[in-house]
Design a protein around this ligand. Sequence first.
Ligand SMILES: C[S@@+](CC[C@H](N)C(=O)[O-])C[C@H]1O[C@@H](n2cnc3c(N)ncnc32)[C@H](O)[C@@H]1O
Length: 396
Amino acid sequence: MQAPYAHPMMPRALHDEHARENFVLDLKIHMEDHVYPGDELVYERQALPKFKREHGRAPQDRHEVRKLMEAEPYTQMWSALARTIQEMLWDDIGSCVERQLPELIEKAKDKDKPLGSLRIDPSFVVPRYNDAVHLHCVPGGYHEQVTKDDVMAGAVYERGAYYYVAGLMGSKAHKAKDTAETPFMGAQGRGTIGYLKHRRPELRPKRILDIGCTTGNSTLCYVDAFPGAEIHAVDIAAPCLRYGHAKAEALGKKVHYSQQSGEKLDFEDAYFDVVVSHGLMHETSYKATRNILREVKRVLKPGGISAHADPQFSIGLNPYHSFMHDWDTHYNAEPFWGTLHDRHPVEWLAEAGFDRNRSFAVWLMRGANGPEYQPVSESTEHSRLFRGIIFGAEKA
Ligand SMILES: C[S@@+](CC[C@H](N)C(=O)[O-])C[C@H]1O[C@@H](n2cnc3c(N)ncnc32)[C@H](O)[C@@H]1O
């Protein structure tokens, strides 16, 4: 089975560690291909008719479907397994990284004059919505530090997220390529860049900001796509930023990383031509999402453009698919997932002061020849799981 592309900062797995990674990936693939589809049959043939007999109608939303399905032994079985797999993954990756942590910390230190820069703020207070819940069950979350100059959370994310995301693709994961030129975990970044270039072919940004960059998987795509642009990336998590900086330097890519919250950036007004995020919004609270979008508007230049990629919203999903999509809210320590996804993205943007007529929301899908974009529609007629979303706005 494939392993993540071995760039100089990638933690190396020993034989037995890799065997465990493969087991987790295979099990995730099996669940996607053979177990989850069975749940829809249980719903259609058993739970839905029962609900209709009792209520004289079909369930109206994901909440009603969840109440119904949580009583089904089949749903209980796969849900317990899915949670166990998630814990097994982080357990395995965690011990693999811990074994080589001193070496990774040493490698992460600047040896020569760096291309880019790293600003860590020792007085930074991690927001409660990150500290109180360790998102998607990663022990310590993105930010916890176990030692001086720690890079552990970054290294765990770098190796672990590969298996996490590849497993969501079912057997298509076997075809997923991870190379220096097209890193697998850069797909959201490449998809967003593709959309920006499609919408604004003339776009030649001088300054780009990526909020919630983690280890820079998406950020680095912007370095290649917009040569000469000044690229900034921020996150609340020091271990991820240290790791991301070291990785960018090792790959010869110039990025300015800094520890700050997207809710309160230290950049001056109208500093950026482009502001992006990838997978950030569903991991912040309702209040923080609102604050971040307001900050995005503040730091964007007039005529500048923002774009935020996230897992799909509930819009366009029928109540059953919406329930399946919402599993993470309840069982994968993603408490903000459902609240964010229940609202139309243009509503979020309008609330932050963006003009509705200059706002957009498209579904991002993997086509045979790269990313494909479709305008988001409220109709549930073609309900389909696993469409990412990109939403954003041009500033007037
Ligand atoms: C799913 S990860 C993003 C993945 C990353 N953009 C990529 O392309 O690989 C979400 C990130 O958002 C960060 N984050 C959460 N709240 C934040 C905030 N208020 N400001 C900046 N970063 C934040 C987390 O620390 C985490 O690194």
